[in-house]
Write a protein that binds this ligand. Structure first.
Ligand code: NAD
Length: 379
């Protein structure tokens, strides 16, 4: 591990998600041809918005075990642009209506759903029914019932299901899990996690429309903070108490602006999260009985950064998190390796999200949670 000065650390922190997004959205030109190897899984991206365009498609050019085989889009103009850029044959291009025909397409092994949250369940279920393995972006759906529908459809079809939780495939998060498992800093007593950014753009965007998003900051960024408390303690919470704050109701007409929540864990550890569409935050801090560690930034596209009470820094070479995530899922499908972010993880997080909204609706009442130990943990 390289030492990191406080100034560098702050600079990295300041980059946040915006900086990472900017860097990774630089023009990218690469043809798919060389990746067309029978041993690789063919992935079809459903929804060609910013995440598919600037993260997933470029990352697929570097994956070891998969390649961009097809696209599903509701915008006809994108068909030629993507076909030209990535060499996607016409027979592998679908729209939302004829998508189910993918069942007859041997080139496509995995369908990766990257649509607005309220559309995840429909397209994941249709993909499973078509006999394709499924990757679902976060949040898994807009209700626990939708998560169940996806899990059941995949089980019934005998296909694999993974969540687009990229952090489970990147080394900083693995290091956190290792510290917790090995009790490097003793028993975990406290975790705090913040995942937020300031939204000031188009007020009509789907993320601010509850019907399409299912909710605001909590659905979008909050799931990262919830996740951090879980891998930061190694436990699922047994209760949650939550509060909502609104300072720009004219902009956040339909969705939550800022939410804070406190968790209790079976060991006695406690946690606190904040999530917002009104301010920037991107960190996790974990305090154990013999020391502490923190990541800041903790949940953007990287490079992440961290330090510990021993005076050292946590630092790893940067690789595309999306590349690592898709290769991990492909290894799960191809070689039976553990699923790092299974469907149950997405469902567990939605159960916690629903409990947070329930606490808020009941004036900050503490809501009990009752998970089987390890429920939703990835391999
Ligand atoms: P985006 O707004 O950039 O793209 C959305 C896509 O869905 C567009 O191609 C749009 O044409 C299409 N679409 C279809 N029906 C639509 C409708 N009714 N309204 C709006 N768009 C519609 O969004 P995005 O940032 O690419 O996010 C897509 C999904 O990916 C979301 O679920 C989001 O949470 C997730 N995401 C995950 C990460 C991550 O780090 N894992 C990062 C960004 C986004």
């Amino acid at each position: 591990m390289k030492s990191l000065t406080r100034r560098n650390f702050n600079n990295l922190t300041a980059k946040g998600i915006g900086g990472a997004t900017l860097l990774s959205s630089l023009p990218f030109a690469c043809a798919m041809g060389a990746n067309q190897d029978k041993k690789k899984l063919g992935i079809a991206l459903v929804g060609l918005g910013s995440y598919s365009t600037y993260q997933l498609a470029p990352a697929l050019q570097d994956t070891q075990h998969c390649y961009l085989a097809g696209i599903v889009t509701g915008t006809p103009e994108k068909e030629k642009i993507w076909s030209d850029k990535y060499g996607i044959p016409e027979k592998n291009i679908y729209n939302y209506q004829n998508f189910d025909d993918v069942t007859n397409n041997q080139d496509i092994d995995v369908v990766y759903v990257v649509l607005p949250n309220s559309m995840h369940a429909e397209f994941c279920v249709r993909a499973a029914k078509a006999g394709k393995h499924v990757i679902c972006e976060k949040p898994m759906g807009i209700s626990v019932a939708e998560c169940d529908a996806i899990i059941n459809a995949c089980n019934k079809a005998g296909v694999k299901l993974g969540m687009g939780y990229r952090l489970h495939s990147e080394p900083y998060t693995q290091q956190v899990k290792e510290y917790v498992k090995e009790k490097t800093f003793g028993d975990i007593l406290f975790v705090s996690a913040d995942a937020a950014y300031r939204s000031a753009g188009n007020p009509d965007q789907w993320r601010l429309n509850k019907k399409l998003s299912g909710g605001g900051a909590l659905m979008n960024m909050g799931v990262y903070a919830v996740q951090s408390t879980i891998y930061g303690t190694g436990e699922n919470p047994i209760s949650v108490t939550a509060q909502e704050f609104s300072t720009r109701p004219e902009y956040f007409k339909d969705t939550d602006e800022t939410i804070t929540a406190q968790f209790e864990f079976p060991s006695g550890a406690v946690g606190n999260i904040s999530t917002s569409h009104n301010f920037n935050a991107n960190a996790m801090y974990v305090s154990g009985s013999s020391g502490w560690f923190q990541l800041q930034p903790a949940n953007n596209y990287g490079p992440l950064s961290g330090e510990t009470s021993r005076g050292d820094t946590i630092e790893f070479p940067h690789e595309s998190q999306q590349k690592l995530q898709m290769d991990d899922f492909a290894r799960h499908v191809l070689f039976g390796e553990p699923n790092k972010a299974p469907g149950e993880m997405g469902k567990r997080d939605m159960m916690i999200v629903e409990a947070i909204y329930k606490s808020i609706a009941n004036g900050g009442k503490t809501i009990a949670l009752d998970f089987e130990p390890g429920f939703g943990f990835g391999g």
